[in-house]
Design a binder for this molecule. Structure first.
Ligand code: RIB
Ligand code: CA
Length: 307
């Protein structure tokens, strides 16, 4: 599998990227970055650090530094000020991002190898929308487009109660992306809530005696405290679940295809993914919504990447 990862890393993004880098049958051929959890100028060094930790190489491209239209402010309460849990004694990286803009890289790669790349988006879809605007053939030249984002029954995690962060951060980009990809795969916030990693599993993994496990433990501290405040039943894995079902589709236990668009104007609902559950809109299904998956299989992928 030839993969491109678009990310606003992000503590869980980092784990999703590690999972891909540790997969023997995947080549991560590009990592494109976008402003989301934190500003893209912090996302880039976070991604470079993940490459250092995993001792793997991949070109990293700096992308959009703000949403298309929406105002932006950092989500420091979830990912901390540096986007990686304010991880102390963080080693400096010698790596640097490429000079090519992420959107140009996305378009170049899709045209160099049409139908070859699996694109996994882990943050706001700003780069994806810009690529499709600049080159309308971009979506059909992507083999599979998977994104973490959206809500199935309007159970969101942002100021708009119905909206999930990646979509809420850049609703126009999500609206544009879902209109042009023939069939996107969506890993929603409710699916994330329904499939937590148990605390015993989390503790066993982060106690492994490896740099990768120590990195996961150190960078997830802030998020763990937040999750425990909300009394969630375990450690939440939004981006890693999107990556896991891409790497191993047999982990999917239930999914369905729906016509999905994005609310842009609602006072309380801007950024909500609007799902045509009853097929009443007359629009063709454009999104495969993942509903159930094998969380034990995901834990096995974590063991592989942290070992
Ligand atoms: O709503 C969860 C999403 O927002 C994840 O991608 C997380 O990294 C944050 O970007
Ligand atoms: Ca993310």
């Amino acid at each position: 599998m030839r993969m491109i990862i678009d990310t606003d890393a992000g503590v869980d993004d980092a784990q999703a990227i590690m999972m891909a880098l540790a997969s023997p049958d995947v080549t991560v051929e590009a990592i494109t970055t976008v402003t989301g959890n934190v500003h893209v100028d912090k996302v880039v060094p976070n991604v470079l650090t993940v490459l250092d930790i995993m001792k793997k190489d991949a070109p990293v491209y700096r992308g959009a530094d703000r949403p298309l239209i929406a105002d932006w402010s950092p989500e420091e309460h979830v990912h901390a000020e540096d986007g990686l849990g304010n991880w102390q004694n963080r080693p400096n990286t010698q790596r640097r991002a490429e000079s090519e803009h992420a959107v140009n890289a996305l378009i170049r790669l899709a045209n160099q190898a049409p139908g070859q790349y699996t694109l996994v988006a882990l943050g706001p879809l700003t780069n994806i929308a810009l690529a499709a605007q600049l080159d309308p053939s971009f979506p059909v030249k992507i083999r599979q487009f998977v994104f973490m984002g959206g809500t199935i029954q309007a159970m969101g995690n942002t100021a708009n109660l119905t909206s999930e962060f990646n979509i809420y951060c850049d609703p126009e980009a999500a609206y544009m992306a879902l209109r042009v990809f023939p069939m996107a795969t969506m890993l929603s916030w409710e699916t994330t809530l329904a499939h937590p990693m148990t605390w015993p599993q989390f503790e066993a993994l982060t106690e492994l005696d490896t740099d990768a496990a120590r990195f996961m433990k150190a960078t997830s501290r802030v998020t763990v405290e937040l999750i425990k405040t909300y009394r969630y039943p375990g450690y939440l894995l939004p981006d890693p679940l999107a990556m896991a079902i891409t790497l191993q589709p047999d982990l999917i236990r239930q999914s369905a295809e729906y016509a999905v668009t994005v609310e842009l104007h609602g006072t309380h609902t801007r950024g909500q993914t609007i799902i045509d559950h009853m097929a009443r809109s007359g629009h063709k299904p454009n999104v495969r919504v993942i509903q159930k998956l094998d969380i034990d299989g995901v834990a096995a992928l974590y063991r592989r990447m942290l070992a």
